[in-house]
Each structure stands twice: as C-alpha cells, then as structure tokens.
Design a protein around this ligand. Structure first.
Ligand SMILES: NC(=O)C1=CN([C@@H]2O[C@H](COP(=O)(O)OP(=O)(O)OC[C@H]3O[C@@H](n4cnc5c(N)ncnc54)[C@H](O)[C@@H]3O)[C@@H](O)[C@H]2O)C=CC1
Ligand SMILES: CC(=O)C(=O)O
Ligand SMILES: [Mg+2]
Length: 603
C-alpha cells in the first residue's frame, strides 16, 4: 500500500465546467425579495427573465441578465482591483480586505461564492483558511456583520436539545465544533474562534464537495481565559472564565446528545480544543459518536504521509522509515498525535513492539527534551519520554539546539505554535544531519507562528533540504534556476476525505484503521519524480482529486471493518462490490458542485 504510486487526475478546465453541468430543478417556498435575500437561492443578476416572472422578481433587479460565467469574472475583476488598489498597504490590512470581499459574496450568493472558491482554491485557501482566518478570528468582534453557524454557550445548559431545532436545515452531514480554546497558534480566542469551523467547512465544500446546505459550524462558548477579551467591550462571547472539569464536560455532553438526537448520521469534527480537552473528548466520544479530532488525528495522518515522503525523497525504500531519527518540537495535541501514529507505523513495518519503535523519536516541549526524569511529567507525553540511559550526552530539558546537534536528526518537525524557534543556529545545526536530504517541517499556524520561514530554512539549513510548513509560503528562489520547493503540511489534505469517505460509507464510527487508510492514501499519492524533487504533497489546485482518493480509501476501510452501512440506494453490499477505481468514482460523483439550478416555486 505504502509504495503504490498514483497520478493526479487532470482538473476540468474552467470553461468546460461552465458548460457541462445540467442541474436538476430546486424547489423553493419563497418569492420575490425574500429569494434575493437568501444566499442559498440568490443568483443576483443571473436570474433568467422567465424565472424573474415566475418568482415575482421582475423589477427587483436591473433588466440585463448576466451569465454565471460573467458574474464569476466580474467578481474576480473586483478582487484584482482591490489587490491593485491596496498594493502599498500593510499585509494584514490587505488580507482582511480580501477576506471581507469574499465574505460579502458568501453572505449574498453561496453558489457563486463556492464556485469562485473551487475554481481558485490555491489563491483563496490562504484567505478563507490559514493564515488569514487566524487574523479574522483575532478581529472577529469588529468584523462581525451576520451570524453564521450556531452558538451554544454555558448559559444554554438544559436548552440545547430544543435549540438544535433552531437550525433551519433538515439535514446536517458535517459539523465542525470548537470551544475556541486553542485557535491555531494564537491561543484562547473564546467565541471569536468560530472563524475556524467556518473556514474548515468552506474547505469541506471546496475540497470534498459536501453540500453547503448540510454543513454546520459550531461554537461552544464556555467562557474564555483571555484577559484582553474579557475586558474588551466589543467582545461577543460570554464574559466569564472558562468552565472546567465536570461543568465543562456536561456542556459538551449535552451538545453531543442534542446533535445526535436530531441528526443521528452527522459527523462531528473537533477542532482547536486545548490539549487536555482535545484528548479527553476524543477518548470520551470516539466509540459513541461518529467523530474525530482533526488536530490530533488529521494532522498525524498528514505528517506521517510527509515523513514517509522524506524517506522516498532520500532515494531510500520506505522500510528505511524505521531508521529515521525524528525530533518533534511541541508536545501538544498535534505533536503527540503525530508521534503516536508514526510509532504505530514503525511498529507495523517492523513487527516490533511500540516500545521498541520509539527509540528513533525525540520529543521536546517548552521545557526542553522530555525524559522520564521530568517533574510533573504530563501523562499524555509520558509514553514518549526518553529514558536518560538511552540518550547519552543529553539530559532532561535539553534545548532544541542541543538535541539537534547531538542527534543529527533526519527530520526536525515543529508543532509548538511558537514562531521562529527554529532559529539560525538550530537550522545551521541541521546541516550536520545524518540524512542526505534533511527535512524541516515548520507546521505551526498561522504564518507568524511557523517555527521558521521557508527562506530561512533553505538559507541556513542548506539547499538540499525538504521543507514543509503548515501555512503557505512562496517557493524559494535558490539562484541559478534552482527552486526550493515549499510543501504545505496541513491537515486540509485529509480531513475533507475523512469526512466524505465516512459519510458515504454510512459508518457510525471513525476508526484508527479508517484514519490510517487516509494517511496511507496520501502517502502514496505523489509520483517518484516529484518526491525526489522535494515535493511531498500534491498541489492544492487538485484537492478535489486528492479528496476523492482519500475518501475512497476511508470508505473501503470502513467496508473492510464491516462498519459500512451505506447511504441512500447504495447499501453495504453495493459498496463491498465496488472495485477500488469504482469507489473513487463513486466518491467523486457524490461531490456537490456549484451551478445555478432552475428554481421552482411551491406554496
Ligand atoms: N499544520 C497543521 O495541519 C496543524 C498545525 N497545528 C499547529 O500546531 C501548533 C500546536 O498545536 P497543538 O499541539 O494543538 O497546541 P498545544 O498548545 O496543545 O501544544 C503546544 C506544545 O508546544 C510546546 N511549546 C510551547 N513553547 C515551546 C517552545 N518554546 N519550545 C518547544 N516547545 C514549545 C508546549 O509545551 C506544548 O507541548 C499550533 O500552532 C497549530 O496551529 C495544529 C494542528 C494541525
Ligand atoms: C491546521 C490546523 O488545524 C491548526 O493549525 O490547528
Ligand atoms: Mg486545528
């Protein structure tokens, strides 16, 4: 499975997409101006004259009908003008202005919004997702215009079962839930963290074709410990400290019970919870509900695929993964998730115990190298703590620099949330790596929290490195026509496929085997030639194709585990009979694609 290679299917060209899709009619119960104010049905100037007559829209729009393609181009023109007019302004101002123009379209006309997003995903992902989404969350109270998603607060205790019915959609497939306690590497942003579920679900629509009518971003507002927000008069969340212990869990329990009472088939993705609650809720719910934690499990799968890619990039067989020395900086939900999955992979490859598989991995947190001698060792990190006997020349709390100098690792991987900690000295020390192509993964988000920049990595660690970051950086010009390739090691390559594959499988749980299948699929996606050039992950522009493959891998794993119940006319038997290629096609054919449907009014 690991060394199976695949070509990315070619994307449809834009012009072809504009002419080939023939949507079925869509029943609507509204008329007139109400339709124009409903972003789901609104076509702006795109309503054909006959439809304007039928729906009571005549006279409510300028007379000329503009085609979908023209509307698309018109939006891009105004976006380009904005870029031109803001050229001399600070980056943050420009990014927020870009987010605003996209958000206004999202609020007005969802079909056009998602079409623009899908067709230009590489350009717009950094606006609706990391890094700009982080800035949006930081400024959320000031940016707030219209609500999106649902808010369940500590004050709603006892009410959630009825509140869930306030959501207007009959069907919800995919929920992304946060409590705002660890938003990217920006810390506790309280209710302002809602931007993350919104951005993740936009990626679900763009990458997995989940129908936007069936998504639900949710904020669980249990307070905030962010002093600045508590004092901010514009802050929109509960002005109280975070609930802790049982009080906290009772709120999450009530929310989960309410969700599954109304939508028993929904999938809940936990996102950006502080570590203790990320692990606790995963343990508490993974055998009861169809849920996963993206930061622990999605990130692990993407990182493992990248780590296996670095072995191939060295021209070595995948079995050499077991010999790679890997230093992980950051012992939080993400770092520990990566270590757990990587160690499981080594154990599986060698047939050795997980205990034996650990020897090549080193874990560092804010207090340095984690060993069994650590006072108050976090129980979650304990399984990965080094025995001092096994690390000659290193002691408890050794710095990143000391560890890199001593271990000379093949890979230095950061999930610390601390910008710049892979400093010049650390990066220069990576020149002594035992690998022919040392790998540096600066996976923390957003950009300013990356452990190092791409240009610093190539400048200080050398041109032969493989580089990946959580947020996008430009490729680095190394001179003489050479390019230092920047990979984006972000869980966005997996979570859409995990969600879609699970949904289509009809499984009621997401198992380790399904998550592993997702990672294996991503790991085997790239061609040898690309990998040897340091390209570990596919381009975001073919994210739908990646998601179709990942979704199919997840679905097939669910079938193998006899968890698949199917959905609609496609039951478990039909799923089990599909070949691999047919499964990919099945997943692809279930992706929603934005086109204007003829609207038919029904009273
Ligand atoms: N690229 C991707 O797909 C993903 C990236 N992330 C990023 O990873 C970062 C961490 O996320 P979590 O693990 O959930 O956070 P967390 O708060 O649970 O863990 C952070 C860890 O970093 C350690 N740390 C803090 N300062 C340090 C320092 N100076 N030196 C070494 N270690 C230090 C802490 O001790 C802690 O163990 C965030 O920036 C997040 O955006 C998280 C998930 C996915
Ligand atoms: C990408 C992501 O999930 C994070 O930075 O938390
Ligand atoms: Mg996250």
């Amino acid at each position: 499975m690991w060394n199976q290679l695949r070509f990315a299917a070619a994307n449809f060209s834009r012009s072809r997409r504009f002419t080939t899709v023939n949507p079925g009619p869509c029943i609507i119960h509204k008329r007139g101006a109400d339709i124009l104010h409903d972003p789901w049905f609104n076509k702006d100037t795109g309503f054909p004259l006959t439809e304007r007559d039928r729906l009571g829209l005549r006279g409510l729009l300028p007379p000329r009908v503009i085609s979908f393609e023209q509307q698309h181009d018109r939006f891009l023109d105004s976006y380009r003008s904005l870029e031109k007019n803001t050229q001399c302004q600070p980056d943050n101002i420009v990014s927020l202005a870009k987010w605003r123009i996209l958000n206004r379209l999202h609020d007005r006309n969802e079909t056009l919004y998602y079409r623009v997003l899908i067709d230009n995903i590489e350009e717009f992902a950094p606006i609706i997702y990391t890094p700009t989404v982080g800035l949006v969350c930081q400024n959320y109270s000031g940016l707030f215009r219209r609500p999106r998603g649902m808010y369940f607060s500590a004050k709603d205790k006892g009410e959630m079962m009825s509140m869930i019915y306030n959501w207007p959609a009959e069907k919800v497939d995919m929920i992304v839930l946060t409590d705002g306690s660890r938003i990217l590497g920006l810390g506790d942003l309280g209710v302002q963290g809602i931007g993350i579920p919104i951005g993740k679900l936009d990626m679900y629509v763009a990458a997995a074709g989940i129908n936007p009518r069936n998504i639900l971003p949710v904020m669980l507002d249990v307070g905030t410990n962010n002093e600045k927000l508590l004092e901010d008069r514009l802050y929109l969340g509960l002005r109280q400290r975070r609930l802790e212990g049982e009080e906290y869990l009772e709120i999450v329990d009530e929310f989960m019970d309410a969700v599954y009472a109304r939508w028993p088939k929904a999938i809940v993705q936990f996102e950006d919870f502080q570590m203790k609650w990320a692990f606790e809720t995963l343990k508490r719910y993974h055998k009861r509900f169809c849920m996963f934690n993206d930061d622990i499990q999605g990130t692990a799968g993407v990182a493992l695929a990248g780590l296996l890619g670095t072995v191939r990039a060295q021209g070595r067989p995948l079995s050499d993964f077991v010999k790679q020395k890997i230093v992980v900086v950051g012992a939080g939900s993400a770092g520990l998730g990566v270590l757990k999955m990587a160690i499981q992979a080594v154990s599986k490859m060698t047939g050795c115990s997980e205990l034996a598989a650990k020897s090549q991995f080193f874990l560092i947190d804010k207090d340095g190298l984690i060993t069994t001698e650590r006072n108050n060792l976090d129980p979650a990190a304990a399984p990965f703590a080094k025995n001092p006997r096994d690390i000659e020349g290193l002691t408890e709390g050794a710095s990143i620099l000391e560890v890199v100098k001593k271990v000379k690792p093949h890979v230095l991987l950061g999930l610390s949330g601390v910008g710049g900690i892979f400093n010049e000295e650390v990066l220069k020390a990576m020149r002594e790596s035992v690998s022919t192509k040392p790998a540096i993964f600066a996976m923390s988000n957003p950009t300013m929290n990356a452990e190092c920049t791409a240009s610093d990595a190539f400048k200080h660690a050398g041109e032969n490195i493989v580089f990946a970051s959580g947020s996008p950086f430009e490729n680095v010009n190394l001179g003489n026509g050479k390019v230092g390739h920047v990979n984006q090691a972000n869980n966005m390559y997996l979570f859409p496929g995990i969600g879609l594959g699970t949904l289509l499988s009809g499984a009621h749980l997401i198992t380790e085997r399904m998550l592993q299948a997702a990672s294996e699929c991503l790991a085997s996606y790239m061609m040898e030639e690309d990998i040897l050039n340091g390209i570990l992950y596919p381009s975001i522009s073919c994210i739908r194709d990646v998601t179709a493959e990942v979704g199919a891998a997840v679905l097939r794993a669910a079938v193998e585990e006899e968890l698949a119940e199917g959905q609609g006319d496609v039951g478990p038997k039909e799923l089990a009979q599909m070949s691999k290629e047919e499964t990919v096609e099945y997943v692809r054919s279930n992706m929603w694609f934005p086109v204007y449907s003829p609207l038919v009014h029904e009273k």
